[in-house]
Design a binder for this molecule. Structure first.
Ligand SMILES: [Zn+2]
Length: 108
């Protein structure tokens, strides 16, 4: 908790932050859902092709890659603009507008 870093952002800045958080969060969800979807489609395809034994790893690899891309995006973008606090996979939203670390109002 370092309240020295607390900043006052005006409404325009908060709207910009909200848009960025939303966009990156949407990308993170999209990439993971895409990875899961690919995994299942791939699973069904190789199962029906009788190639499960030699090909099951590829679906898992893509799923793992998607998870990695999601986490990398979160690590880079889901941060407080004032104090660089990392929000994990849940960036601030309209209802959760304040940074838990420095108390700056970021959205809403
Ligand atoms: Zn902060």
């Amino acid at each position: 908790m370092d309240s020295e870093k607390k900043q006052e952002f005006d409404q325009e800045q908060r709207a910009a932050f909200a848009g960025q958080f939303r966009r990156h969060h949407r990308f993170q969800i999209f990439i993971v859902l895409g990875g899961i979807l690919f995994y299942f489609v791939h699973f069904v395809v190789i199962l029906s092709a009788g190639a499960y034994e030699e090909s099951w790893g590829y679906g898992l690899l893509v799923l793992f890659g998607a998870g990695l891309v999601c986490w990398r995006s979160a690590w880079k973008h889901n941060r407080c603009p004032a104090c660089d606090h990392f929000f994990g996979l849940r960036p601030p939203t309209r209802t959760q507008a304040f940074c838990a670390a420095c108390g700056s109002r970021l959205t809403g």
